[in-house]
Design a protein around this ligand. Sequence first.
Ligand code: HEM
Length: 380
Amino acid sequence: MFSLPQALNRLNAGLFSMKGEEHHAQQQLLRAALDDMRADTVDHVVTAAWQRFTENLRPFDDVPLLSEMRRMVLYTSSLLVFGDIDLELGRLIQSYFEQRRAISAAGMAPTLLQRRVLIQTGSRLDRLLRACMLAFRADAAMQTDALRGGMMGRLHATTTARAGATEGQLIAQAHTLFMSSSEPVAVSLTWILLILSQLPRLRYALRRELVEASERGDRDRPLLRAVIHEVLRLLPPNAIMVKLTTGPVQLLGHSLPPNCEILLTPFVAHRDSRDFRRADVFDPGRWYGWRPPAYAYFPFGLGARYCVGRQLALSLLVAILSSMLLRFDVVLAANQALDWKINITLVPAQEPIVRFLPAQLQHAAEGGRLRGPVADLLHY
Ligand code: HEM
């Protein structure tokens, strides 16, 4: 079982595999592309993506929440990574990943037909990505327009200037950046909206915070940030990560050999009552004026492979949720029992079926009741 970036690294292994020095160099490049990202770029991206998302949103209809959130991040990631909203490339990357995920979840060798379809999708994706890289190379304008070139445009400009990465490496980076910036964000949005669907008073308080902040022209949203941190604590999308020891090491009294796999799981660590008061309870209030001890909270990983997109992820979540909560009450369409499962990421075991109801300023709408382990987190 791997975290999403690890799974992508393995998927990309045919193209290149990153270790030690090479990983560090690639990480520096990614950081440079991400550090250039300004707050107004994220706002601009989310505004454009939100407009496209709502064009095909059917308020009052029953819709599958996770699929809808994947549709939302298809727009944000297409803009962020490739600089435009032509969705073909993003859809193909998502579909390739889904095919790989379905095959590995089945736990048996893929059929001939599955292999054929996978190879066809992979080859088409490779052709499109190569064409896209050629266009970046030819497009001098991308250096002056941050949004149009997206992260890949900036990465291309930097690596070309430094005669750095090969075409294969850039293609692998594009693939990794797209999936890393879309799937965990879609999953986080799903968990956050699902939990809020059960807590109309909290949803209402969030809406008031957003209205008041926009009246003041203020970017600060402490309650929304606390809700995001608390959902990432209890339902971290990357619930399991695998680390490899580089040499012999002593850990908690055990002698471990080199190349020993260690499972690191924020899902378990975040429920440790030595670090978190009433650890099994959803309580965003814990984040006011409090920080968890070092190494106790790590939804974005730890150490050398720490998420380079952490700041971007938090900005995206705040911006997307601000748009959504101001305009809609997302409620369960009917009472629903729902389990969770790990399928590379920690996702709902069944699609939550929800309705987007236009928001009222005076109160927050109520919908169906949730049953199962997520609902159990909400019993104060
Ligand atoms: C809520 C959203 C996100 C979560 C929970 C998340 C979580 C993580 C975690 C846990 C890792 C480390 C995996 C490991 O140790 O093997 C990671 C790595 C990574 N993340 Fe994120 N991530 C999120 C959003 C993003 C975004 C928006 C980007 C933007 C590009 C991004 C890019 C990456 C990349 C490139 C890596 C690999 C870093 C490396 O190998 O050096 N992530 N992420």
